[in-house]
Design a protein around this ligand. Structure first.
Ligand code: AMP
Length: 379
């Protein structure tokens, strides 16, 4: 275990303080029901933020969004064909006409392009800043429509976008808006300043109990919020988690999530190592799959690999999951063993509820005193 992770984190730099302030519109608007005004539909009214403060701060310090590499234009020359028919309709996605949370109309020309943040399956992700005041920093993700159609995931992408736009929780990556042109869809995402959690895990091998406990606390609260809205995530794994500028966890990928008020699903999905017994055995499943995945995640954070991994064969992994063949190394605490064992229960009904995870001694022990939990664990 990497002891250096127990060390106190250095205080925020000026740039990161500014980023915290301007990284993205506050996920919890000061007045409930009032989204940040810069992202509103121009026809809607709202309290204006103070542009003077924002622009002064930015003029004084400036946030470096990095150098744009021309990647979008390079891609546009050789990537993506026009699409037609039903698929074109499915992917004509624009948040300014969204029924629930309409935003103002957005275009690519509304942003200053910054450094590349990464490449996803369907396109590149860039750090950008809105040209209009207050100049928000965002991650702009591009998706090529023709590639979505080739992978036959138009409905899934549409669902992912619709789900994510309605979610507001500090540990759930916010989607502020979206728009499209003939070949691409653009997602205006909350900028996760510290990048991928998976990279951190690979770098350190595993996390300390303190760090793991804090992440699991945030995960449990976010899942509690999602389940309260009948959203099952179904693909919890380190690769789908990002880190905010203050190191806070952000659930980032909703590709497999399902909005399932009251119904049970039978599709096999998710990543092998995180699949619960009921999915491995092709049975019906419900939101309790996320509790199992939370147990697997806790284990992987602490040990560095998932509990049922068997590199020799996929069927061995399946077998170990179905038997709940769980072994702990001697190095980990009794308290976290208790939590993992209570989450990794074969019977979904017996898995520890999220409200109890939030009260578990291993979570409470490491929770910073001033923590305010927005969801409070109502599952
Ligand atoms: P994805 O298409 O979501 O797999 O994104 C590709 C890569 O871009 C990721 O692996 C991240 O490194 C980066 N990335 C995606 N979304 C964000 C974000 N909101 N903030 C910062 N980096 C991001």
């Amino acid at each position: 275990m990497n002891r250096s992770l127990h060390a106190k984190q250095p205080s925020q730099s000026n740039v990161s303080k500014l980023l915290t302030k301007f990284a993205a519109p506050n996920p919890f608007p000061t007045k409930p029901g009032h989204p940040p005004s810069s992202l509103l539909n121009p026809n809607q009214t709202s309290r204006q933020p103070s542009p003077t403060n924002a622009s002064n701060a930015l003029k004084e310090k400036g946030i470096d969004i990095g150098k744009y590499d021309g990647g979008l234009e390079i891609d546009d020359e050789k990537r993506g064909q026009l699409i037609y028919g039903e698929a074109a309709e499915d992917l004509a996605l624009d948040s300014s006409v969204s029924r629930k949370h309409p935003t103002r109309e957005w275009h690519l020309t509304d942003f200053d392009m910054g450094r590349p943040l990464g490449k996803g399956k369907f396109g590149r992700v860039y750090m950008v800043r809105t040209k209009a005041e207050p100049k928000y920093i965002l991650a702009l993700k591009t998706l090529y429509k023709s590639e979505i159609v080739q992978s036959k995931v138009e409905k899934q992408i549409r669902r992912e976008i619709e789900i994510q736009q309605n979610l507001r929780h500090p540990n759930v990556l916010r989607l502020y808006g979206y728009f499209h042109d003939t070949k691409r869809i653009f997602l205006m995402l909350e900028f996760a300043g510290k990048g991928e959690l998976y990279k951190q895990l690979s770098k350190h091998g595993c996390f300390s109990e303190r760090r793991s406990s804090r992440y699991i606390d945030q995960m449990a609260d976010a899942l509690s919020y999602l389940h309260g809205k009948h959203v099952i995530h179904r693909d919890i794994k380190p690769e789908n988690l990002l880190l905010g500028i203050n190191g806070e966890l952000k659930i980032g990928d909703f590709g497999w999530s399902v909005h399932a008020p009251g119904n049970r699903r039978m599709t096999l999905c998710g990543t092998l190592d995180y699949l619960p017994p009921e999915m491995v055995e092709g049975k019906e499943h419900n939101e309790k799959v996320d509790l199992w995945a939370l147990g697997v995640l806790t284990y992987e954070f602490l040990i560095g690999n998932p509990p049922f991994e068997d590199r020799s064969s996929v069927s061995n992994t399946y077998r170990r999951i179905a038997k709940v063949d769980l072994k702990f190394p001697a190095t980990i605490s009794v308290e976290v063993k208790d939590l993992i064992t209570k989450l990794l229960q074969y019977d979904p009904q017996r898995r520890l509820a999220l409200s109890s995870v939030l009260k578990h001694p291993w979570i409470v022990k490491y929770r910073p005193k001033d923590t305010v939990r927005p969801s409070g664990g109502h599952t």
